[in-house]
Design a protein around this ligand. Structure first.
Ligand code: PMP
Length: 296
């Protein structure tokens, strides 16, 4: 039976409930992380924890556990659910308060860790590639609500996702107010332009994806030229290759954008090299869930 970590206790899935007065529910007031476990190891757990505490710092939310305690809660939730591979959702919300939005009325933040098995896209999405559109929903500007804060306020992305669903495609590319490519509804975006791997810089208003960082690292190791730079949809349409990165999506090729075929319409050579290197990295690296196994 699935058990969920809720405020320090492990509770069965059906009994794990939070208050309707929780400001995470009433106002989207909270922060979260999506984390993956592969082959008995949690990939980049410390980076995810750091990002969670950074999001919390900006919204002045005091996480009621130390990083070490939260780290252990993630590992223990995976252990108690017998998961060697899976997806972990870590949520810290402002906690129960009154109906006003004042966070001072919420003395006790809510901490939840959920672990489940997951596969976002079917395997053929990786071999055949995804179709994407540019959505009309613009990315919230960094001076409004920083996209670097991974907050429970995902309506901007959800509005974009609704456009994607209505178009019957797989993902949506979001632009900033000036029309430059930022990221997708739940992934970062890369293109290959004249042999160079390009992804938008963080200052443009994107989440600093942990998979994005991993891919930039892998590119260095593979000696693929890579740069963070501003680009437009023209660059996407004329790119040799395009792919998305995210904890859930991993590295996913994109072969069509707004009806334009990208490259030759199949996942390109650079994308395939990055996917292979990424799979090697996630299988080998990470915090062991079952330490006795790692020591053996
Ligand atoms: N952008 C957005 C808006 C996201 O929600 C995500 C997924 N958390 C990403 C990018 C990818 O980030 P990561 O690689 O850290 O999962």
């Amino acid at each position: 039976m699935t058990v969920v970590f809720l405020n320090g206790e492990f509770i069965s899935r059906d009994a794990a409930r939070v208050s309707v007065f929780d400001h995470g529910y009433l106002y989207g007031d909270g922060v979260f992380e999506g984390i993956r476990a592969y082959n008995g190891r949690v990939f980049r757990l410390d980076e995810h924890l750091d990002r969670l505490y950074e999001s919390a710092q900006t919204v002045m939310l005091q996480v009621p556990l130390t990083k070490e305690q939260l780290r252990e809660a993630v590992l223990e939730t995976l252990r108690r659910n017998g998961l060697r591979d899976g997806y972990v959702r870590l949520v810290v919300s402002r906690g129960p308060g009154d109906l006003g939005l004042d966070p001072r009325k919420c003395p006790q933040p809510t901490v939840v860790v959920i672990a489940e098995g997951i596969q976002l896209y079917p395997q053929e999405a990786y071999s055949r590639g995804l179709r994407a559109i540019t959505v009309t929903t613009r990315k919230i500007a960094p001076d409004m609500l920083s996209p670097q804060v991974k907050s429970l306020n995902y309506l901007n992305n959800i509005l974009a996702r609704i456009e994607v669903n209505r178009a019957g495609v797989d993902e949506g590319i979001m632009l900033n107010a000036a029309g430059y490519v930022t990221e997708c509804t739940a992934d970062n975006v890369f293109v290959v332009l004249r042999g160079e791997l390009c992804t938008p810089p963080v200052y443009l208003g994107i989440l600093k994806g942990i998979t994005r960082e991993t891919v930039l690292e892998l590119a260095r190791a593979l000696e693929i030229p890579a740069t963070e730079r501003v680009f437009t949809m023209h660059d996407v349409y004329t790119a040799e290759e395009c792919f998305l990165t995210g904890t859930a999506a991993e590295v996913a090729p994109v072969v069509e954008v707004d009806g334009r075929v990208i490259g030759d319409g199949t996942p390109g050579a650079v994308t395939r090299r990055v996917i292979a290197a990424f799979r090697g990295r996630v299988a080998a690296e990470g915090a062991p869930i079952f330490p006795q196994e790692a020591a053996a």
